[in-house]
Design a protein around this ligand. Structure first.
Ligand code: PEP
Ligand code: MG
Length: 605
C-alpha cells in the first residue's frame, strides 16, 4: 500500500472504511503496513544463452506491474473525487515511469551488455534515475525520486515473485494492511503473529480469502479507501470480517463495543468445540461425512481438532509457492507422507497441482500469467498434461506416500473424459517406473477422481462417472465459470453467487450422476462450509462435505438440527426457482420454513 498511493489522510480520530468481509471474526490490534520496499535483491551473472529469457522475464514483470497499477487506478475511482484525482494522477505517473524508455532501455542494455540478472539491472537503473531527480533544484521534482524508487521496488517484487516474507517483522497480533495480499503471501502468514488483514484489492472467493478463512483470520478485502497516509504502522485498528469494516483509531466507546463482541464470538467458538466427538447425523439418523480442506500441512492438526473424518481436499499448491525452484519428487513425497501419517488412518484426498490463474508459482515462470485470460488458460490439469514431467513427479510422490495410509488422487479443472484417461495412463506408467526403481507400493492404485468445477464437466458427469472413482464438486470455480464472474475481482463480487439457480441445477446433475454410477461424491468448495447451504446440499443428495476446519463445527450443528425429509422438500422448492432473488429469500428463510403440510403430503406420496 505504502508504495502506491499517497493522499493527505487525516491521522487523527476514528475512521470507518468499508470493504468485503471475506473471513468472519473480529481482530483488534496494531496496524502493520506492508512495506514492499527494501527487498534483498539477488545479484548474479547470466549466460549468453539466458539473455533472451531474462529480457522476457523483465518484460513480463513490466506487464504485471502495469496491470497492478491499472487495478489500483480502477479502485481509486470509487473514492471521493479529491482523493481519486490525487491518487489517479500519481498512479498514472507511476505507469508512465514503468514504461519509460529510459528505464526499459537501461535495464535491457545492462542485461545484454553486462549479462546481469534483471533484478540487479532494475535496481541499478532505478538508482541512476532516482539520483537524477534527487539532484534537481526544484523541490517537487526532487521528491519524484521517491516515486521512482517505489516503482522500482514494485518491479523487483514482481520479478522476485515474492520469494521473501514481507511479514517477518510484524509484531505479535498485528493487523496487516496492504494493496494486495496474494495467495502466496497468505501461505507465509503465521496466525500466532498475524491477527487479521485488510487490503485494497481482492474478492470474496479468491484464494487470499479462502486462506484467511482456513487460518481463522478475520479479513476485509476490496477496501477502496485503504490508502497510504490514512493509517500508520502501530495505529490501533479493528478488522470486522463479518460486517466488512476496518476501523482505524477507534474511540474508547467503539473499542469497548468490539471487545465485547469479540468475547461473545470466542464463547460461541468454544461452545462449538464441544461438538468435536458427536456424530454428524441428521435427526432422522442419516450419517454425513464431514471432511476438511487443507491449504497447508499445519492445517492437519486443526482438522483433527474439530473432528474431521478425513481430508476431502489437500491443495498441494503450498509446496510450489514462495520459492524460486520446483520441489523435487522426494520433497513432495516427504511433505505428503507427513500429512498422511498425521491423519492416522483417516482418508486423505490429494489434489494435483492447481496452479495458474490467480495462484502462481515463481518457479513455473511468468509465462503462466501471460495468458490474456489466465482463469481460462494453462492451469491445473491442463498444465500437468502439457508438462508431463511436472505431473509425473507429483504422481510419483503421491503413490509413494500412499504406502503410509489411505489416500486418493483428485484432478482439478477436468473438462473431458479423455483428460482422466490420460492421467490414469500416466499413473500406470509412473507406478511401473517406481516399481522398477524398487519402491514398495500398495497392490492397487489409489482411487482417481475429478473435480467437477467446469460446467462442461457437470454436464458430462454421467460419462465422467464411468472413468472416475469419485467426484468432488468445486463450487468456487463452478460458480465462477457458470456465471462468468472472476471470483477474485471485487468489482464484480456482488454478482458472484453460488446460490444462483444455474449453479444449483448443475450441482444437482452431478450428484445424481454420482448416485447412478454409485461412486462417492463430495463438495469441497466454500459452499460446503456455509451452514445456510447445508439443508439444500443434503436435500440434493450430498452426504460428504469438505470444508475449511474452522467451518466444520457449525455445519455439524446444522446437520444435527435437520431431517433428510425436510431437506429434500427444501431442495425441491429451491430447484423449482429460476430467479436468484427468490432462491436467496428461501435460503435466508432456511429449511425450517417448509410448512409441515408440505412434508406430510410428501410422506404420503
Ligand atoms: C473450487 O473451485 O471450489 C475448489 C475447491 O478449488 P479451488 O478453490 O482451489 O479452486
Ligand atoms: Mg477450483
Amino acid at each position: 500500500m505504502k508504495s502506491d498511493v499517497k493522499t493527505k489522510g487525516t491521522q487523527d480520530g476514528e475512521k470507518v472504511l468499508h470493504g468485503l468481509g471475506v473471513s468472519t471474526g473480529i481482530a483488534i490490534g496494531p496496524a502493520y503496513i506492508i512495506d514492499q520496499k527494501g527487498l534483498p535483491v539477488p545479484e548474479y551473472c547470466i549466460l549468453p544463452n539466458q539473455v533472451e529469457k531474462e529480457i522476457k522475464r523483465f518484460e513480463a514483470a513490466i506487464a504485471k506491474t502495469q496491470k497492478q497499477l491499472s487495478q489500483l487506478r480502477a479502485k481509486a475511482e470509487a473514492l471521493p473525487s479529491d482523493a481519486n484525482e490525487e491518487i489517479g494522477l500519481l498512479l498514472e505517473a507511476y505507469k508512465g515511469m514503468v514504461s519509460s524508455s529510459r528505464l526499459i532501455r537501461g535495464v535491457e542494455t545492462t542485461i545484454v551488455e553486462e549479462r546481469l540478472n534483471a533484478e540487479t539491472a532494475v535496481q541499478r537503473q532505478i538508482a541512476l534515475i532516482a539520483a537524477g531527480f534527487a539532484a534537481m533544484k526544484d523541490d517537487y521534482l526532487a521528491s519524484r525520486a521517491d516515486d521512482v524508487r517505489e516503482v522500482g521496488a514494485r518491479l523487483i517484487r514482481n520479478l522476485l515473485q515474492q520469494s521473501y516474507n514481507p511479514f517477518a517483522d510484524a509484531p505479535k497480533d498485528s493487523l496487516l494492511m496492504a494493496d494486495e495480499i496474494t495467495p502466496a503471501d497468505t501461505a507465509l502468514m503465521d496466525p500466532d503473529r498475524v491477527a487479521g488483514f485488510a487490503a485494497v484489492l481482492g474478492g470474496a472467493e479468491g484464494h487470499a480469502a479462502i486462506m484467511a478463512r482456513a487460518l481463522g483470520l478475520p479479513a476485509v478485502l476490496g477496501v477502496a479507501s485503504l490508502v497510504s497516509g490514512i493509517v500508520t504502522t502501530g495505529d490501533i485498528v479493528i478488522v470486522d470480517g463479518h460486517e466488512g469494516k476496518v476501523i482505524l483509531r477507534p474511540t474508547a466507546e467503539t473499542l469497548a463495543y468490539y471487545k465485547g463482541e469479540a468475547s461473545r464470538q470466542a464463547r460461541e467458538t468454544k461452545k462449538l468445540k464441544t461438538l468435536r466427538d458427536v456424530p454428524a447425523m441428521t435427526q432422522d439418523g442419516t450419517s454425513v461425512k464431514l471432511m476438511a480442506n487443507l491449504e497447508l500441512p499445519r492445517d492437519a492438526d486443526m482438522a483433527l481438532d474439530v473432528g474431521a473424518v478425513g481430508v476431502g481436499l489437500l491443495r498441494t499448491e503450498f509446496s510450489f509457492m514462495n520459492r524460486p525452484d520446483l520441489p523435487s519428487e522426494d520433497e513432495q513425497f516427504e511433505a505428503l507422507r507427513d500429512i498422511v501419517k498425521r491423519m492416522d488412518g483417516k482418508l486423505l484426498t490429494v489434489r494435483t497441482l492447481d496452479i495458474g490463474g490467480e495462484k502462481l508459482a515463481s518457479a513455473l515462470g511468468e509465462g503462466l500469467s501471460e495468458s490474456v485470460n489466465p482463469a481460462l488458460g494453462l492451469r491445473a490439469i491442463r498444465l500437468g498434461l502439457a508438462e508431463p514431467k511436472l505431473l509425473d513427479a507429483q504422481l510419483a510422490a503421491i503413490l509413494r506416500a500412499s504406502t503410509y495410509g489411505p489416500l486418493r488422487i483428485l484432478i482439478p479443472m477436468v473438462s473431458s473424459v479423455d483428460q482422466i484417461r490420460q492421467v490414469r495412463d500416466r499413473l500406470v506408467q509412473v507406478e511401473k517406473k517406481l516399481l522398477r526403481r524398487g519402491m514398495k507400493l500398495p497392490q492397487t492404485l489409489p482411487p482417481l477422481g475429478a473435480m467437477i468445477e467446469i460446467p462442461a464437466a457437470a454436464l458430462v458427469a454421467d460419462a465422467l462417472s464411468q472413468v472416475c472413482d469419485f467426484f468432488a464438486i468445486g463450487s468456487n470455480d463452478l460458480t465462477q465459470y457458470t456465471l462468468a464472474i472472476d471470483r477474485g475481482d471485487d468489482r464484480v463480487a456482488y454478482l458472484y453467487n453460488p446460490y444462483h439457480p444455474a449453479v444449483i441445477r448443475l450441482i444437482e446433475v452431478v450428484i445424481a450422476a454420482a448416485w447412478r454410477a454409485n461412486i462417492p461424491i463430495s463438495l469441497c468448495g466454500e459452499l460446503a462450509g456455509d451452514p445456510r447451504a447445508t439443508a439444500l446440499l443434503l436435500g440434493l443428495g450430498l452426504r460428504e462435505f469438505s470444508m475449511s476446519p474452522a467451518r466444520l463445527p457449525q455445519v455439524k450443528q446444522e446437520i444435527r438440527s435437520l431431517t433428510i425429509g425436510r431437506s429434500v422438500a427444501f431442495a425441491q422448492e429451491i430447484l423449482r426457482q429460476a430467479d436468484e432473488v427468490t432462491v436467496r429469500r428461501l435460503i435466508d428463510a432456511g429449511a425450517q420454513s417448509i410448512p409441515e403440510t408440505v412434508l406430510y403430503a410428501r410422506k404420503k406420496k
